[in-house]
Each structure stands twice: as C-alpha cells, then as structure tokens.
Write a protein that binds this ligand. Structure first.
Ligand SMILES: C[S@@+](CC[C@H](N)C(=O)[O-])C[C@H]1O[C@@H](n2cnc3c(N)ncnc32)[C@H](O)[C@@H]1O
Length: 244
C-alpha cells in the first residue's frame, strides 16, 4: 500500500493533537456532532483529505461550519492535526480510518450539510479496483448522511474513474445534479492533487449533487435510512489513536 512520508518533526506531540482527533468507539455508537463540537453548527465531511489543504482552508474561512475529515493514512492524520493545532482551529476534527467502514457505523442519517471527496485514489490495476473508495455502498451512505438540501461534491483528474463515480451516484442514489462550484483559482483552496494535476497540464473533472427532500403524504422526508443509526447517540470523546 502507498505510504506518504511525513517527517516526524512536522508534527506536534500526540497530547497536543488529541483535541483534534476523533476516536471510534467499540462497540460502535454514532457520533453526536453537537456534543463533539459543543455547538449546533452545520457539519461538512471531507473523505480522504490527504495533506489537508481544503479542510484547513475551509475551517479557517468558515468558522460558522464544523469540519470532519476521514483519512486512511495515520501519518497524514497527524500531519493535518498539527496544521489545525498550530492555528488553534477548533471547528475541525479528524478520524483515522477507512471511510467505507466509518460512515455506516458512526455517521447518523442526515448529519452533514456537505460531503467532499476530492481526487480519490484511482487504483489503476484491474485487480486493485476493489480498493476504490467509490463503490455502491459508499455513495449510498453519502446520500444517507446528507441533510435534505445537502450536497455531495466530487472531483478527479482521472476521466475513467470520474465516469465511474458519476455513474454510481446516478444509479445508486436519488441525489440530483447541482450547479458545480467553480474550480478554485487561489492555490490556497486547491488540494495537493489538484495543484499537481494543474501543474502537469491534466484536466480536472468535477461535479456536485444535491439531496432533494421527498414529499410523502403531505410530509417532507429526507430519503432512505440505513441501519444502525436508530441507536442512542452518546457523546464521542475526542481521543488519539484508534482507527478502523
Ligand atoms: C489521491 S489522494 C487525494 C488527497 C486529497 N484529497 C487531495 O486532493 O490532495 C487520496 C487520499 O484518500 C485517502 N483514502 C483512500 N481511501 C480511503 C478510504 N477508504 N477512507 C479514507 N481515506 C481514504 C488516501 O489515503 C489519500 O490520502
């Protein structure tokens, strides 16, 4: 598996990073984001935040929004937690884990106003394609955790994979195409992979989708519900370490 090397001197000691890390409980109990952030601000999720450029810039620019990131590589989680800690950004938390397992177990229905997935690994080799983040279950959980009106925002520099991503959203969810936000022109807002793609002259494909509330017998409902989310929702205490 690919590993990103982040020198140890680029990160603060774990005790200082703990307030920025969300651990997952065993047995699993869904996150209560109002308790975690100690406020009822809307929550946005970024899956696979890499070096954290987008997450950091978003948290800095929108203190009225809470940001949660999930990232598979621990070194990147600690590196980005260091970037958050150095700026004292308390409206962001990071989870070390596989989003394909974290979303079903820990994210309640309709808990996010946006889900961002930028430049997911394409896993080129045929035998590795099952490692791709975008699978049927993943897009269904993205839909489930969005509030009505909430958006899924995606980008890739791999046309074939982008086609797979958009086909999955179209066939597996009831999300509706939405106006795609303009590509960032300020490098501060670009993800690391976006910057690289542009430097190397590659095209970037992006799309946005909105969850539309459905009307059933005069009542507005927010779409499908997925198992496991009707449990009680205790507060999850921020802590370092555990991962899925
Ligand atoms: C190609 S990088 C893109 C990083 C960043 N979004 C960017 O645009 O610079 C993909 C990232 O997704 C992470 N990732 C891959 N599969 C994941 C999964 N199942 N759950 C969480 N993160 C994942 C990888 O570790 C990596 O950091």
């Amino acid at each position: 598996m690919r590993r990103t090397l982040i020198p140890r001197d680029k990160r603060l000691p774990l005790e200082q990073l703990a307030p920025y890390l969300l651990s997952v409980s065993d047995p699993p109990t869904p996150f209560d984001f109002a308790a975690i952030f100690d406020n009822r601000q809307p929550v946005e999720l970024e899956v696979g935040f890499g070096k954290g450029g987008f997450l950091l810039q978003s948290a800095l620019s929108h203190p009225e929004v809470n940001y949660v990131g999930i990232e598979l590589e621990k070194a990147l989680v600690l590196y980005v937690a260091t970037r958050l800690a150095k700026r004292g950004l308390r409206n962001a938390r990071l989870i070390h884990g596989d989003a394909r397992r974290v979303l079903p177990l820990y994210f309640p229905d309709a808990c996010c106003q946006a889900v961002h997935v930028y430049f997911p690994d394409p896993w080129w080799k045929r035998r590795h394609k099952k490692r791709r983040l975008f699978q049927e279950d993943f897009v269904r959980h993205c839909e489930r955790i969005l509030q009505p009106g909430g958006q899924l925002l995606i980008a890739s520099d791999v046309e074939e994979y982008f086609g797979v991503m958009t086909d999955l959203v179209r066939t597996q969810t009831r999300l509706q195409p939405a106006e795609t936000p303009p590509a960032p022109t300020d490098p501060q807002w670009m993800t690391n992979f976006e910057r690289k793609a542009l430097q190397e002259g590659r095209s970037v494909f992006r799309a946005a989708y909105r969850k539309v509330a459905e009307e059933v017998s005069g009542q507005l409902i927010s779409g499908q519900s997925a198992g496991n989310t009707s449990q009680s929702v205790p507060s999850a205490s921020p802590a370092a370490g555990s991962a899925l």
